[in-house]
Design a protein around this ligand. Structure first.
Ligand code: MN
Length: 160
């Protein structure tokens, strides 16, 4: 086999592996609906949130990456309940102005471009500010179990 034939063969192998990866990997299209980067997804109907919020699941946890990744869009005033993550969470703010608060600490403003690290097992909440929506990507460790949901964030706590 000459050099050219080997190159063509290698090229074939490489493009075959790329195709394989696309077929078996989880891929989310960037063709959005009405949000900046990811589609808004489905309206959240469980009672772990106050106000209207939407979730677009991007990556499910599996044996290779034990984290789930999802984009959440909070309409103004919407927020999660107090909750904690057994393996922690990272929040990447994509758009708008939101709030983040850990139990016992003042809430702080999170805005587009901010990244927040929530320590494992620390009760906290996150959501939009009263007048501006908030879009976040949450990267949540799943290796130590599911999110633990606690009480709702009262209006007093939210406005404090
Ligand atoms: Mn959280």
């Amino acid at each position: 086999m000459n050099c050219k034939a080997i190159s063509i063969l290698l090229l074939g192998v490489v493009s075959f592996s790329c195709n394989q990866q696309q077929e078996t990997g989880q891929h989310t299209s960037l063709k959005g609906e009405d949000t900046l980067i990811f589609p808004r997804g489905e309206k959240i109907t469980n009672n772990n949130f106050t106000g209207a919020a939407w979730l677009k699941g991007l990556i499910d946890a599996d044996s290779v990456n034990q984290t789930s990744v999802g984009s959440v869009t909070f309409e103004p005033g919407a927020r999660t309940k107090w909750h904690s993550h057994p393996a922690g969470q990272i929040i990447l703010a994509l758009d708008g102005i939101g709030y983040y608060q850990e139990k016992g600490s003042p809430k702080f403003i999170v805005k587009k471009g901010d990244a927040v690290k929530c320590p494992p097992d620390v009760p906290h909440w996150h959501g939009a500010s009263p007048d501006t929506k908030f879009v976040q990507v949450a990267v949540t460790g799943r290796e130590k179990g599911e999110t633990v949901w606690l009480d709702a964030v009262t209006d007093e706590e939210y406005n404090n």
